[in-house]
Design a protein around this ligand. Structure first.
Ligand SMILES: [Zn+2]
Length: 638
């Protein structure tokens, strides 16, 4: 793209940001922005200034701005501390004496809130950050992902090696923890994305779109905001075939950096099975509260007062910083999780049996029901009441899952119980009964819950069973449907979402963007992706992707008996009703067109990666299915 046009694009983007749909106008301060020069004709036009002791987030933010401006313009912006004399325009990153002199301080911001401010000769990128202090390092916690300790969420990378400039390496640095405050990074990433026109579609060089122009000048109104969803947990790593193949080879450090760039993580919350094999073997060994009957060793007696007291004390000790939750548990920040092990061998003592019996009418015919709700939430409530006496501002976290998915009947959930319904989001487009069952329980919990509500969102069908049983599913692309769900959840006040499973790289990207700002236009985002990513091959690739979505999201393509009341026969629907011979022909033609149109090496590479990851998978899946069918029924033609 020519230089003049490039500049025009950048200025347009900046002007639009004052009030366009890209960012919610709420929280935007409308001060007149001054024009700010980052680079002129390949030479630096400003200096980055950080504190002498920057936060981990400010350190990373400064490097990220330096690297991206260097890639765009060739200019290396010097990084100086606030103790040094700096003349000329300055970018003040994170809290420092220099930024405090301008009237801002990191501690004035709410958690995750950040500011991009344009002042004469000064650009400010700041938010609330976790401080690298001994007391902060001592914080206890068993986080959702990355390992069993908060320290394990603060991965170390060799920054310059990771971004492809090993000659500049100065050794390893620690990244801001996934769940630590790092809003200065959010400010920098928002700025680099919107004002420098960079896109991070994937973790490696193939997935990163960096424009080239020798001069880069930015201008705009101040932006002060925070991500819409406070806990954004989808630490995609290319574990499943589509994303892995679309990304191509990636290193762990690239993935760690990608999570930060997509602003994943956020608030400290965690919830998963806490009464599990490990903690039953090591912590809950008292014979008095072992489950009676067939559940001995597999479950506990959840009506036992001694167990309630022990668990309440564990929560108190955790919140007081006296003793961490045991290994294999989930507890971080203001949340201490209680979730039984994943089996139905519940205690058969008199009291447990009575509570279990009281739920026998709460069957739904779906995976998510309420037969165990009265039983399990009686226990959760008992612990929550105890903990509230001493820690009124802390929460007991739990899942609304499986046979304790529905709220209990006959009593309310305690106000300090933070609930996370497990919802089958990946089924909503095509499975009315599951969607309606989920929506019923979700809305009941919304009414019932007084504490912040979180969600566990399933995105594991059909890929998980396909991987486990070694067959190949039709790609379940549902990006518009995902967007609808996300907007509803955020609008309803859901505070955070954990994703179980992995969509393709593009849907994942859109999910992360909507979690940050649900007002963004999905069609515009998709179109921009195809134009930028595939260039000359954009049109057939966009058609290919949208056609996959149309097929996968049409409920008519899942007739009974492939559609069952409580599920889908994924294995048998894929290549009989979704990827039919005729549709495969059309999709194949689009893929051929895309391949023929690709011009640059990068376009060829990207089309090739998608072709191998998705199209070849589909071709193989169909061929394998038909071969198996032919083996079973020699006369079958299709
Ligand atoms: Zn019992």
């Amino acid at each position: 793209m020519c230089h003049a046009l490039r500049l025009f694009t950048v200025v347009c983007l900046v002007l639009m940001c004052g009030g366009c749909a890209t960012f919610s106008p709420k929280g935007v301060e409308r001060t007149a922005g001054s024009e700010f020069p980052l680079a002129r004709e390949g030479a630096p036009a400003c200096t980055i200034v950080v504190s002498e002791n920057p936060t981990p987030a400010a350190r990373l933010a400064a490097l990220e701005l330096q690297f991206h401006v260097m890639k765009i313009t060739g200019a290396e912006l010097p990084i100086r501390t606030d103790k040094e004399n700096v003349s000329g325009p300055r970018v003040l990153i994170g809290d420092s004496a220099a930024v405090r002199a301008m009237g801002f301080s990191g501690s004035d911001f709410a958690p995750q809130e950040y500011l991009i401010a344009f002042r004469p000769d000064t650009l400010i990128l700041i938010g609330r950050d976790w401080e690298d202090a001994e007391t902060n390092r001592q914080e206890l916690g068993r986080p959702m992902c990355c390992g069993d300790t908060l320290a394990s969420t603060r991965q170390r990378i060799d920054y310059w090696k990771t971004v492809g400039c090993p000659a500049r390496s100065v050794g390893e640095m620690e990244l801001p923890g996934v769940y630590d405050d790092q809003a200065t990074c959010y400010a920098a990433y928002h700025f680099i994305e919107r004002f420098c026109d960079v896109r991070w579609y994937g973790p490696n060089e193939t997935g990163i779109m960096i424009p080239a122009q020798k001069t880069l000048t930015v201008q705009g109104a101040d932006i002060r905001r925070s991500p819409a969803l406070k806990y954004r947990d989808a630490l995609w790593a290319g574990n499943w075939p589509f994303m892995k193949g679309q990304w191509g080879p990636v290193t762990r450090p690239e993935v760690y950096l990608f999570w930060r760039r997509l602003r994943l993580g956020g608030e400290k919350w965690a919830g998963n099975h806490t009464f599990n094999r490990k903690t039953l073997d090591t912590v809950f060994t008292d014979p008095e509260y072992q489950a009676q009957g067939r559940g001995r060793g597999k479950q506990l007696c959840y009506s036992n007062p001694k167990l309630v007291e022990q668990v309440a004390q564990m929560a108190r000790d955790f919140f007081d910083g006296k003793k961490d939750a045991p290994e294999g548990w989930k507890a971080v920040g203001d949340y201490f999780a209680l979730i039984p092990d994943d089996n139905e061998n519940f205690c058969q003592c008199e009291q447990c049996t009575a509570l279990l019996r009281s739920g026998k009418d709460m069957r739904t015919g779906q995976f998510s029901s309420g037969t165990v709700s009265n039983y399990f939430f009686s226990f959760v409530n008992a612990v929550a009441r105890e903990v509230r006496k001493t820690h009124p501002n802390k929460y007991i976290a739990t899942l609304a899952y499986w046979n304790y998915a529905l709220p209990p009947r006959g009593f309310d959930i305690e106000p300090n119980v933070s609930i996370a319904p497990c919802l089958h989001t990946c089924m909503y487009a095509i499975h009315k009964e599951m969607r309606e069952n989920d929506m019923k329980l979700y809305k009941e919990w919304l009414q019932e819950a007084k504490a912040p509500m979180f969600l566990w969102n399933y995105y594991h069908h059909p890929m998980e069973p396909a991987i486990i049983d070694k067959w190949k599913c039709f790609p379940n692309v549902m990006v518009h449907n995902s967007a609808r769900s996300i907007r509803m959840f955020i609008n309803d006040g859901v505070r955070g979402i954990f994703i179980c499973g992995e969509q393709d790289m593009l849907e994942a990207y859109v999910i992360a963007k909507l979690w940050d700002d649900p007002s963004q236009d999905v069609d515009a985002m998709l179109h921009e992706f195809f134009e930028r990513y595939f260039g000359a091959s954009a049109k057939p690739m966009e058609k290919f992707y949208l056609q996959l979505e149309r097929i996968a999201c049409n409920p008519k393509n899942y007739p009974p008996p492939l559609h069952r009341k409580n599920g889908i026969d994924w294995k048998n629907v894929g290549w009989t009703h979704l990827g039919t011979a005729e549709r495969m022909k059309q999709l194949g033609a689009l893929m051929d067109q895309a391949q023929a149109l690709a011009q640059t090496e990068q376009e060829k590479r990207r089309v090739g990666l998608w072709r191998d990851a998705i199209w070849k998978w589909m071709q193989d899946g169909r061929a394998e299915y038909l071969a198996k069918l032919a083996g079973q029924k020699p006369n079958a033609t299709n």
